[in-house]
Design a protein around this ligand. Structure first.
Ligand SMILES: [Zn+2]
Length: 420
């Protein structure tokens, strides 16, 4: 393929060539004894024997697999201070209640040094575990400064909630907040806007957010969809625990009627779904809904460890791939997972979907996430023109299948950044 078409005799001045036991371009099979030519922070060429490009500087990385930095398509860095504070629950509604009660103690997260400190620590840990970019959902925009101080790239979704909102006032307030937050940015961290979920956002607020996203310079949004059985019950016929919970927190609307459909049909009817929408979780979605997401071009973001922690069950990972929908991977927040290591998420995905090829799983944690967040011109694969933000994963001597090994749960201590 053309990505390997570097002329053998070409000398690249001021560049470096990295050699490694394995190079995993993601868009092609792993290359044994591969090399990557880098200049000015960008990838110039990728190849393997018998090609031997001449470069001024050659760095032999040894017995490692080189792959692109990973992309965590769904996390909430501002919840990092909740690490270890919300125990796993048997029922989603119980986990949510714990979350709401615990969060009430931090009313202004953006101004809370502990919240910002923990977000910063989590971002640094994610980077150490091989992550280059995140899709970060934030109610307060507390994660903006944490991301700016980190070496991560990020698309932050300013998330709005309001089951009893009858207009788009929250969107107007968010616009002001986002403009302030963007003021001194360098483009490494971008900001968009997102609705939380069908059980926490009114139809009017969904429509107002959609209109705002369409006007935005970053027209990408994200929604939690089909996470719990209780969400499905609420939408189908107004049953289950949500009406009681919404009454308890004072946001239930007497004029509300159950739409009588599943969440994908409901959101599509509101014009909420398009090919730049990240549909997060999808644990409860049937095959017809998954195929509909594929036809629309949505990206489904799966967070299997979090799903089990919050009591919504095991996501049908194999069915996601069979339905043909683009699958990206997220860790969700440290309130529902023990670390932000995407390699741990991949290990769970391999366990849940043993028949899906290793390359497709790795692609989900790299290129598919990068595409969904609009970072694919820089990240997600090892191809000429992309940024050389690459990781080297130390391999055991006896590794037989390098791609399978990368799904075995890589310890961050086995990961290092090229050029670091
Ligand atoms: Zn989430």
């Amino acid at each position: 393929m053309t990505v390997y078409g570097v002329p053998a005799a070409r000398t690249v001045r001021g560049g470096v060539i990295y050699r490694a036991a394995w190079v995993c371009p993601i868009v092609a099979p792993p290359i044994e004894n591969g090399w990557i030519a880098v200049r000015g922070g960008r990838i110039e060429a990728v190849g393997g024997p018998p090609q031997k490009p001449a470069f001024e500087l050659v760095q032999d990385l040894g017995h490692v697999a080189v792959l692109p930095g990973l992309v965590n398509a769904h996390t909430h860095l501002e919840l990092s201070w909740l690490r270890g504070r919300i125990p796993p629950a048997a029922e989603f509604i119980d986990w949510i209640k714990q979350l709401v009660l615990t969060r009430q103690r931090r009313l202004k997260p953006s101004d809370d040094p502990a919240v910002v400190h923990e977000a910063r620590t989590a971002a640094a840990e994610a980077r150490q575990a091989g992550t280059i970019a995140v899709g970060d959902v934030a109610n307060s925009l507390a994660s903006i400064s944490a991301l700016r101080d980190s070496e991560l790239h990020g698309l932050v979704f300013h998330e709005l909630l309001g089951f009893n909102e009858t207009d788009g006032r929250l969107v107007d307030a968010s616009r002001d907040e986002r403009l302030r937050a963007m003021a001194d940015g360098d483009g490494r961290v971008r900001i968009s806007i997102a609705p939380h979920a069908p059980y926490s956002v009114s139809a009017e607020l969904f429509r107002a957010i959609r209109a705002e996203v369409n006007r935005s310079s970053v027209p990408i949004t994200s929604i939690h969809v089909g996470e719990s059985v209780s969400e499905m019950q609420l939408l189908r016929d107004g049953s289950g625990p949500w009406p009681g919970m919404l009454r308890m927190i004072g946001v239930f609307r007497p004029d509300w009627c159950a739409p009588g459909v599943g969440p994908v049909e409901y959101l599509e009817g509101l014009g909420m779904l398009d090919d730049r929408t990240l549909v997060v979780h999808g644990v409860q979605l049937d095959d017809a809904s998954l195929r509909r997401l594929a036809a629309i071009g949505c990206t489904l973001v799966t967070c299997p460890r979090s799903n089990q922690w919050v009591g919504v069950g095991v996501p049908p990972v194999a069915r996601f791939y069979e339905a043909g929908v683009a699958v990206a991977v997220g860790t969700d927040s440290l309130a529902s997972v023990e670390d932000l290591n995407l390699f741990s998420e991949l290990k769970t995905m391999r366990w849940l979907a043993p028949a899906v090829s290793a390359r497709r799983l790795l692609e989900s944690a790299t290129l598919t996430g990068a595409r969904a967040l609009g970072f694919d011109s820089d990240f997600g694969s090892i191809e000429p023109g992309k940024r050389a933000e690459l990781i080297a994963v130390e391999l055991p001597r006896d590794v037989e299948d390098v791609e399978e090994h990368l799904l075995s749960g890589i310890d961050p201590r086995r990961v290092r950044w090229l050029g670091a």
